[in-house]
Design a protein around this ligand. Structure first.
Ligand code: ZN
Ligand code: MN
Length: 488
């Protein structure tokens, strides 16, 4: 393989389905997996004479997202028709936003390896409606389901600032966190709520010249894995193609590829159409949107702390690892639950362990978030304090936490009920230690000997005490007493 100097250049387009109750321009309900063509009306069926009405909530969601992505929000915007013919688009045009997107010139910060972040510029955020769905699985014919037609979508377009497949994936995941934190999308990949289209090419340095390979767009990727793999694949394919043919970027040689999920290869679909092919023009049926200051500030008062900022705060204020902070901020409910528990007085690392090592597992099994397990943050803080003070062992604390997800009782009551309170009473424990010492002269001798055997013998004596107390003795206290009795 030739050692060749090249840079991968990727810009990403993302379609995000909004968590609105109804469609973009009609009152039809947004329902996943409903009976085909049961959620339709004259507007989304594209019947003649039907008039669209804008979904105000969806516009607010897009403004919220644009603001969170540091975009300039347009004071005046309008709706445009993007004309094309396809069976799942009965109107023969999609209502979108062309030259006046709701948001423009922003940026998103994404995590990159080593705990650092990278700024990726956002070119635009606009609103549009989804098309229906063609189904080709029923027999030697195709079917069209228009339930999805008119679903409110946000299209987010980045500048080509991404330089490898991992960064592309990182951006996708970060965007998922952001829209979920904002509550503007469920961003459920299984339901197709996020679809990705990377535009990929290479800048190659060879013999003091720079060459650019033709840009290819990979259409309609609906998983992080497919996104990452397709970008990596395209980079390799383009490099091979360049080395073989020397083909370079010219106007008009953009290509559209699909992704074969099974073979894990990109497949050429068609040569790219240009914007003028779509014959964009303002939709005469819809009034333009004026975003005045009052409305904008009302919307923006709903902005919450964003996930990456929160992750960084957990690292700096609570001394968590970046990894742990990332797990806790993967959804807002969990992050808020953790934060509240720490603010209620629980040790951050211990609360983090409760949540990441036990809570998430139970929540997963129940199909809910950690915050919905029925444990109040102040109760979890209480439990953390009990473990810190040695009232209960770390293992017992986990048992109590699990029990707390099943009963409404206080951790202290549960500990008593399950007999998990550690004996820390020195007088009582001293008696037991004395009994153990009297009953095990050989082990005592070995423990005192100071050679190889002593560590093992010491462990044995500790174990005897723990057994006699049915595991309820505070090991730190026992170790102290034992050490003083054996004079080691
Ligand atoms: Zn409708
Ligand atoms: Mn689009």
């Amino acid at each position: 393989m030739t050692n060749i100097d090249y840079k991968i250049i990727v810009g990403l387009e993302i379609h995000v389905q909004m968590a609105a109750k109804t469609k973009m321009f009609c009152g039809c309900e947004l329902a996943f997996a409903a009976e085909p063509n049961s959620k339709v009306c004259p507007v989304c069926l594209g019947l003649p004479g039907a008039l669209p009405v804008m979904n105000r909530k969806a516009v607010e969601f897009a403004i919220l997202t644009a603001t969170a992505l540091n975009c300039k929000v347009a004071e005046f915007t309008k709706w445009d028709r993007k004309s094309y013919y396809y069976p799942d688009l009965p109107k023969n045009y999609q209502i979108s936003q062309y030259d006046l997107p709701i948001g423009s010139n922003g940026f998103i910060e994404i995590p990159v390896p080593g705990g650092a972040t990278k700024k990726i510029r956002i070119r635009r955020v606009h609103l549009e409606e989804d098309a229906g769905k063609n189904i080709h699985t029923a027999g030697p014919f195709s079917q069209v389901d228009l339930n999805r037609a008119g679903t409110p979508l946000m299209e987010i377009v980045t500048e080509p600032d991404l330089n490898n497949a991992e960064e592309v994936k990182s951006l996708a995941i970060e965007l998922q966190r952001i829209v979920r934190f904002l509550g503007v999308s469920e961003a459920d990949m299984q339901k197709g709520h996020m679809r990705f289209e990377p535009n990929v090419n290479l800048h190659i340095k060879k013999d003091n010249n720079e060459y650019k390979t033709p840009i290819t767009e990979v259409k309609n990727l609906n998983s992080f894995k497919a996104l990452e793999k397709s970008v990596a694949f395209e980079a390799r394919r383009q490099l091979d193609n360049f080395l073989e043919t020397g083909e370079c970027l010219q106007s008009g040689n953009k290509k559209t590829f699909g992704w074969d999920d099974i073979k894990e290869v990109t497949v050429l679909q068609r040569e790219k159409e240009e914007a003028h092919d779509y014959r964009y023009f303002p939709d005469p049926d819809l009034v333009p949107v004026v975003v005045n200051e009052k409305w904008l500030s009302q919307i923006n008062s709903r902005i919450c702390e964003l996930p990456l900022g929160m992750q960084k705060r957990f690292v700096s204020d609570y001394s968590l690892s970046d990894y742990d902070a990332g797990v806790l901020t993967s959804d807002k409910a969990t992050a808020d639950f953790f934060d509240s528990s720490v603010k209620a007085g629980g040790d951050a690392k211990r609360i983090c362990n409760f949540i990441t090592q036990t809570g998430l597992k139970i929540a997963n099994e129940k199909g809910c978030s950690v915050a919905e397990l029925g444990v109040e943050p102040d109760r979890l803080a209480e439990l953390a304090k009990m473990a810190d003070s040695g009232q209960v062992s770390a293992t017992a604390a986990v048992t109590i936490f699990v029990e707390m997800t099943q009963s409404k009782e206080q951790p202290g009551r549960i500990a008593e009920k399950l007999n998990l309170i550690q004996k820390s009473d020195a007088g009582e424990l001293e008696k037991i230690v004395d009994e153990v010492i009297a009953a095990n002269p050989q082990a005592v001798e070995d423990a005192k000997s100071g050679d190889k055997k002593s560590k093992k013998a010491h462990g044995f004596l500790m174990g005897q005490v723990m057994q006699k107390t049915k595991g309820t003795a505070n090991p730190q206290v026992v170790a102290k007493i034992l050490a003083s009795k054996l004079k080691i």
